[in-house]
Design a protein around this ligand. Structure first.
Ligand SMILES: Cc1ncc(COP(=O)(O)O)c(C=O)c1O
Length: 216
């Protein structure tokens, strides 16, 4: 059996052991972390929605009609009217014909990628894609080929050399460096090679474009 205690000690020695900060204030730039007031630069709450008074009021007002907890998956009996209204509003906001709501970005990448590619198919994935995209590719059981970050000529060569069902997946905004994928070129390449294009737009949604519909 693996010696987990030794592995943990090794992590501590290497400075890689992580513990959880305990936050006792609402999620906002001024946080109380382990009892100490701090200014947070590490959250993903780009839009400042986590403690927005309008959202707190809407959630409080909705509670008597919705209760708390989904009770089951959406395909069983967990698809509440409130979810449905949210999907309609999100489709409108992103100017798409439809939207599907997932509880986290991670789950969205699991669900979308594994629905659109499977065994025998090929996924082309930018090398700097978010970890959740990489996990979604693994879950799909498709063959995964990674192309150099943003390198459209490498991707074009790979697409030309591959037969069968193809899917290209990229972040819209790359979360570590903040650069934006060459979406026009990606869309043109996918059209030319009969490939599907999936764009993960976690840091782009609500930020980019007029009124914030995202990188697309
Ligand atoms: C680019 C990108 N994709 C996906 C995710 C995953 O989202 P979540 O934290 O909601 O699972 C994140 C957030 O960390 C992200 O930055």
């Amino acid at each position: 059996m693996r010696d987990f205690a030794a592995e943990l000690e090794e992590r501590k020695r290497a400075g890689l052991y992580r513990t959880r900060r305990q936050i006792s204030s609402p999620q906002q730039p001024a946080l109380v972390s382990d009892g100490v007031p701090l200014l947070s630069f590490c959250s993903n709450d780009y839009l400042g929605l986590a403690n927005h008074p309008g959202i707190i009021k809407a959630a409080t007002d909705a509670m008597p009609n919705t209760g708390f907890g989904g009770a089951a998956s959406h395909l069983i009996c967990g698809h509440h009217d409130a979810h449905h209204q949210l999907e309609l509003r999100l489709a409108d906001f992103t100017r798409r014909s439809a939207a599907l709501f997932f509880s986290t970005g991670y789950m969205a990448n699991m669900g979308v990628i594994s629905a659109l590619a499977g065994r025998g198919d090929t996924i082309f994935s930018d090398r700097l894609n978010h970890a959740s995209i990489i996990d979604g590719c693994v879950l799909s059981r498709a063959r995964v080929r990674r192309y150099r970050h943003g390198d459209m000529s490498a991707l074009a060569d790979m697409l030309a050399a591959t037969a069968g069902h193809k899917l290209v997946v990229t972040d819209g905004v790359f979360s570590m460096d903040g650069d934006i994928a060459p979406l026009r070129e990606l869309a043109a390449l996918c059209r030319a090679h009969g490939a599907l294009l999936v764009v993960g737009d976690a840091p782009g949604l609500g930020v980019l474009g007029p009124q914030g519909p995202g990188s697309l």
